[in-house]
Write a protein of this length. Structure first.
Length: 128
């Protein structure tokens, strides 16, 4: 095999390996309330709703990725999506990893098949 063909094969194999290793994260938004222009600032991540009730619900945002997808990446995608719909905060509702069982592995052993999911409510806090 000539040297250029060998390099092409190696590059192709490395690219295929990177595609297999790299996880694909997805984000979804469902509108449930008011419409606002996109928010240009930072979107805060909250564990609870503001106590004074001074906010409007804009929608639900969720993100999914494989086990190798960092939680921070999923949350970042959610913040960006929420901001594009006018939210300046998201309230985390659920954050979990689903262990998928496969014929060759028992539950929890084959982490490559596990799915991480986060769901939050996108809100527009009035005094933020």
């Amino acid at each position: 095999m000539s040297l250029p063909r060998c390099r092409v094969r190696i590059i192709f194999l490395l690219a295929a390996l990177l595609i297999l290793i790299a996880g694909c994260a997805t984000v979804r938004f469902t509108s449930t309330g008011e419409s606002y222009p996109a928010h240009a600032g930072a979107v805060k991540i909250l564990k609870a709703y503001p106590e004074d009730g001074g906010y409007d619900e804009i929608g639900w945002v969720s993100a999914d990725g494989d086990f190798n997808t960092p939680w921070s990446e999923l949350l970042g995608l959610m913040q960006k999506e929420a901001a594009s719909h006018g939210a300046n905060a998201i309230v985390i509702e659920e954050k979990f990893t689903t262990q998928l069982d496969t014929p060759q592995y028992s539950v929890g052993v084959n982490q490559q098949n596990d799915v991480r999911s986060v769901t939050a409510v996108a809100i527009r806090v009035k005094n933020l």
